[in-house]
Design a protein around this ligand. Structure first.
Ligand SMILES: O=c1[nH]c(=O)c2[nH]c(=O)[nH]c2[nH]1
Length: 300
């Protein structure tokens, strides 16, 4: 009558903090939220109440803490791969592990002009992301990313020449505010084993830093013709900068700032070139997405 067509289970929202105590007395901290979802020969737990195939989600949570104690948790790509491989290696009936990590910001404080040895502050909501899928016999595929990076430019953005018809009300603009909350991911070439993951470890932090710089610099410097064109330029540069990445994806909301016509009050000029006071909008917002892939080399 019915059959199970999708089954994954695991622990979500596992919050984890790790301190690293350096020899000079200073400390570094990492805070993350981890999600694990397992796949495998687990159908009978759903269909026949057979819990013998269930690695309890509590066991998964305890495993996260134990492996965090025994291994580095940075870069998060490495820790996600260590976790994924653990579940595949330890349980023969588990065939795939999906590990998602959200790394939260703790930025070291500067006090009396010097980096403070053990005090940090939340420097914005920006997150560093990892989604790692480890499949038995197929290695690990990783998407690294950034989310909730809120940016705004007060000029240097236009939007004109778009299709017009009887449904079009939006005027063309040659100077507008551009604001978005960056959600970007870069997909690494498949890494065939944990040893291969370890061999590229330095590249994970480098790619994050390069991608973040490219996003910010391009956002600031580009005379933007549209969100679409600016995000394509960002993607293209990330592909050029990180050779082990073969695909980049973006999802950028267009956070609108509307002009406010104040002419009703004593003829105040506040539109067009005179606009200074705007009304930021929460919704609706544009949402522009793309995935840009490295062109496969022409076959000889
Ligand atoms: O950069 C933009 N892209 C659009 O597709 C679009 N549509 C719109 O109304 N404003 C904008 N801006």
């Amino acid at each position: 009558m019915s059959e199970l067509s999708y089954a994954r289970y695991g622990k979500d929202n596992v919050r984890l903090y790790k301190v690293h105590r350096h020899e000079d007395g200073s400390q570094s901290v990492v805070e993350m939220t981890v999600r694990i979802l397992l796949e495998g020969d687990i159908e009978t737990s759903y269909t026949e109440a057979d819990n013998s195939v269930v690695v309890a989600t509590d066991t998964q949570k305890q495993t996260i803490y134990i492996l965090a104690k025994q291994n580095p948790v940075t870069p998060p790509e490495l820790f996600a791969s260590i976790l994924g491989n653990h579940f595949i290696d330890t349980y023969s009936h588990i065939h795939a592990a999906h590990v998602n990590i959200i790394q939260h910001k703790w930025t070291r404080m500067t006090v009396d002009g010097r980096p403070h040895p053990h005090s940090f502050f939340r420097d914005g909501q920006e997150k560093r992301l990892v989604e790692a899928i480890t499949r038995r016999g197929q290695g690990t595929s990783i998407r690294s990313g950034i989310s909730e990076l809120l940016v705004l430019k007060s000029t240097g953005s236009a939007f004109y020449g778009f299709h017009r018809d009887e449904y079009t009300r939006l005027p063309e603009v040659w100077d507008r505010i551009l604001s978005t909350e960056v959600e970007c991911g870069w997909h690494w070439k498949n890494l065939s084993s944990i040893a291969e993951v370890r061999s590229v470890v330095p590249q994970f932090d480098q790619a994050w830093e390069k991608s973040r710089n490219i996003i910010l610099e391009t956002f600031a410097k580009d005379e933007s013709a549209s969100v679409q064109n600016t995000m394509y330029k960002m993607s293209d540069q990330i592909l050029a900068a990180v050779s082990l990445v073969d695909k980049v994806d973006f999802a950028l909301p267009n956070k609108h700032y509307f002009e406010v016509d104040l002419s009703w009050h004593k003829g105040i000029k506040n539109t067009g070139r005179d606009a200074e006071v705007y009304a930021p909008q929460t919704d609706p917002n544009g949402l522009i997405q793309c995935t840009v892939s490295r062109k496969s080399k022409a076959k000889l």
